[in-house]
Design a protein around this ligand. Structure first.
Ligand SMILES: *Cc1c(COP(=O)(O)O)cnc(C)c1O
Length: 455
């Protein structure tokens, strides 16, 4: 068909704008999106990429897909507990409520009710962090990347920071240790080798221009074979002997032990890393996005007074949620029950099996779903060595061919159900699925399998 015919047969703008399926999109956004979609079709027609008139329904779907006003709830059936793309840690009820409470009202965020004068937004947080971690003082900023950057800027600018070559890692999302150090205005002083760094390597590098030793918890990768690293208590003694601070970037610091392969923040501090420890709020802690810095009072004070602190400080909702989350840790058993990611990571295997059986019983019988053991992951670069044995609903290729189509149909569900395909099977790992969502999953399966008999 010739180009002019295609262009002439494009639907009229007012017909598109009047389509009831687009009724949920605000008028201004709808006009902009519809114009974009039609312009795109015109352009592709003119340069020959399109040779047929797109179906009217396809145009409507394109507009619906282009519309994303905000985030939507998804069902995480991947088994990855701290899935960075799915928003990392879902928060505890108490944390959500705390965020809501301060969102709606005025609060004494920076107001001292005793004196009627200006107060500190960090006071409650500082007390909780000291109580729970055993540190002398603490504060928090927007995320752990910010915490490390701020610490380096406040304590090390213009001077040298000693790092093991085995810890010059990239955490993801462009957080690269060497770059963060130079961004903080410090000078990188690498010591040791990729696989082996000894205490003497650190010792030889110390000079009058040394600002600190930094240790990075390389949680997302592992060097295997012939390796050697200096343990934290030796390193802290060395730093103390030379009167320089030891900064420890713990990444996903945990406050209760969910794996015996991981050291908690309290244990790290107990081992001597009590100058500065940085860790995330929304990794193993299970709270809102935050970067927590705990350590010596004089160092924390210096960090708080640095101008960057003001640029990186937390907002009242996250701060309230963080304090509420930390409060739960005053009772470890309560924390394990009420902080969703801890509950997920510590669910006993037999409970996961029973949970999978309950979900299976709700699914339509003709889709060939069965239950099989699988492995979940902590995710978010946390606990990479830990295998979390779990159970999944699995569907074989012979029942849903091709599997990626079933994966896509589940992803297109409202709410989207995010699954994974592993060894020619589609898996729904029940560890990360909220039991309250089972009926929505069952409904989605019934719809998908009735629609076409077999996918
Ligand atoms: C995850 C991580 C960070 C970044 O933390 P965010 O809270 O995502 O900013 C920094 N350092 C280490 C070692 C990490 O694991």
């Amino acid at each position: 068909m010739d180009i002019n015919n295609i262009l002439r047969s494009l639907p009229k703008m007012d017909v598109i704008l009047g389509d009831s399926r687009l009724g949920l999109i605000g008028a201004k956004s709808l006009l902009r999106l519809a114009t974009q979609v039609l312009d795109d079709i015109r352009e592709k027609t003119l340069n020959g990429e399109i040779t047929e008139i797109p179906l009217f329904d396809d145009i409507i779907n394109k507009i619906l897909q282009a519309h994303k006003a905000s985030f939507s709830r998804v069902i995480n059936a991947t088994g990855v507990v701290l899935h960075t793309n799915l928003g990392r840690a879902p928060m505890a009820k108490a944390a959500v409520q705390a965020a809501l409470d301060v969102a709606e009202c005025y609060t004494d965020l920076e107001y001292d009710l005793a004196t009627g004068k200006r107060g500190s937004r960090l006071k409650g947080l500082d007390q909780l962090l000291c109580t729970i971690t055993g540190a002398e003082a603490g504060l928090a900023v927007n995320n752990n990347a910010a915490a490390v950057l701020l610490t380096l800027s406040a304590l090390c600018a213009g001077r040298e920071v000693i790092v093991s070559r085995g810890e010059l890692v990239e955490i993801g999302g462009a957080f690269r240790v060497p770059e963060v150090i130079s961004q903080g205005g410090a000078i990188l002083r690498e010591v040791g080798t990729t696989n082996c760094t000894r205490l003497s390597d650190y010792e030889k590098a110390i000079n009058p221009n040394t600002a600190a030793i930094i240790k990075i918890h390389t949680s997302n990768y592992k060097v295997v074979g012939y390796t050697q690293e200096v343990d934290i208590s030796e390193l802290s003694h060395l730093a103390m002997d030379h009167n320089i601070p030891l900064i420890y970037d713990l990444g996903g610091g945990s406050l209760v032990q969910v794996s015996n392969k991981e050291t908690t923040v309290q244990q790290v501090i107990g081992l001597g890393a009590d100058d500065i420890v940085c860790f995330s709020g929304d990794k193993l802690l299970g709270g809102p996005q935050a970067g927590i810095i705990v350590g010596k009072k004089n160092l924390i004070e210096k960090i708080r007074k640095h101008p960057l602190y003001r640029a990186l400080r937390m907002d009242k909702m996250s701060l309230a949620a963080l304090c509420a989350t930390l409060s739960l840790y005053e009772d470890e058993e309560k924390a394990k029950r009420e902080i969703p990611i801890l509950a997920m990571l510590t669910t006993p295997l037999e409970d996961l099996k029973a949970k999978a059986e309950r979900l299976l019983a709700m699914l339509p019988s003709e889709n060939g779903a069965t239950i099989e053991p699988c492995e979940s992951q902590a995710g978010g670069g946390s606990l990479p060595e830990e295998n979390f044995q779990s159970y999944a609903i699995t569907i074989e290729e012979s029942f849903a061919r091709p599997l990626f189509k079933l994966e896509k149909l589940l992803r297109d569900n409202k709410p989207p159900i995010i699954t994974r395909i592993y060894k020619e099977k589609l898996l729904l790992d029940v560890r990360t699925i909220n039991e309250a969502d089972f009926s929505e999953i069952a409904h989605a399966f019934a719809k998908i399998f009735n629609m076409e008999g077999k996918v």
